[in-house]
Write a protein that binds this ligand. Structure first.
Ligand code: CTP
Length: 268
């Protein structure tokens, strides 16, 4: 699919240097009345409390790396910041937190158990090993595809064109959301949707298709979300939505954890 030179370039350019945030970020649609009074720019009052006391929370974060050969891999621009911030916020809210992380430059938040993985298959195995749990949040930018046959030795350049065959990775989020609540234990399951266009439409579709309890959608692209310190989210669940306006990812994480805790309470 990809000439090796392109892949080579891709790999050499990772991780990318952070870009300045784009002041012309498209604004997201207005909040639903239900949420607008609570989720403004202020700090949420409940996040310092113990909204998730005693709950086991599993969070995936960061990119995955899929080997092409021993020195090259396929990956993406995820910094892991959102997942790490959520792990910290869930811990502050009283949860026992396991953070399953692809390669990032971030330190594990205090009090959080971090399990390091590289590939999507390793991430899936690590997640399933942590089941059952009360809450699962998938922020990882899992590579959708991996090389069908990673080369055992470094691929040398010779031919002008090189084809790389890719196979689909398992969808970890869907798999967790499909667990049988009676026999397997199904957590409250939250996904993320990073979209360049038709953000709400794609997010709503993912919420239904992956059978999620909640999805946090954000617009990505030039200077937006990926590898940036701040972000804005539109949070959707069956029958409702809320806007979390652009803020530092740690503040946003506390607001999202509070919203998740409220939804868990309302469903109980
Ligand atoms: N996810 C996952 N396992 C995968 C792929 C994605 O757990 N193999 C999770 C991500 O952590 C995120 C959500 O699913 O919470 C993203 O959904 P996905 O449909 O994979 O997003 P895209 O790859 O952007 O989908 P599409 O190609 O349809 O835009």
């Amino acid at each position: 699919l990809e000439p090796l030179e392109l892949v080579d370039q891709l790999v050499r350019h990772m991780p990318p240097s952070p870009r300045p945030s784009d002041p012309s970020s498209p604004s997201l649609p207005a909040s639903m009345p239900e949420a607008s009074s609570r989720f403004g720019p202020r700090e949420p009052a409940g996040s310092g409390g113990r909204a998730l006391a005693g709950q086991k929370v599993v969070i995936t974060a960061g990119p995955t790396r899929e080997a092409i050969d021993p020195v090259r891999f396929i990956s993406n621009r995820s910094s892991g910041r959102m997942g790490y911030a959520l792990a910290e916020a869930a811990c502050e809210a009283g949860a026992e937190v396991v953070l399953i992380s692809g390669p990032t430059a971030l330190p594990a938040p205090k009090g959080v158990t971090r399990i390091d993985v590289e590939t999507a298959l390793q991430m899936r195995a690590a997640v399933l090993e942590q089941m059952p749990c009360d809450l699962f949040i998938a922020t990882a930018a899992v590579a959708d595809y991996r090389a069908a046959e990673p080369a055992p030795g470094k691929i040398k350049k010779s031919a002008d064109e090189l084809e790389l065959r890719l196979v689909k990775n398992p969808d970890i989020l869907s798999e967790v959301a499909s667990r049988d609540p009676h026999t397997e234990g199904r957590p409250f399951t939250v996904g993320f949707a990073a979209e360049t266009d038709h953000v709400l439409e794609h997010a709503r579709d993912k919420l239904v298709r992956k059978r999620l309890d909640m999805i946090a959608a954000n617009r990505v692209g030039e200077g937006l979300a990926f590898d940036q310190p701040d972000n804005a989210l539109t949070v959707l669940w069956p029958g409702g939505q809320a806007e979390l306006p652009k803020a530092d990812k740690r503040l946003l994480a506390r607001q999202l954890i509070e919203l998740i805790a409220q939804r868990i309470d309302q469903r109980a």
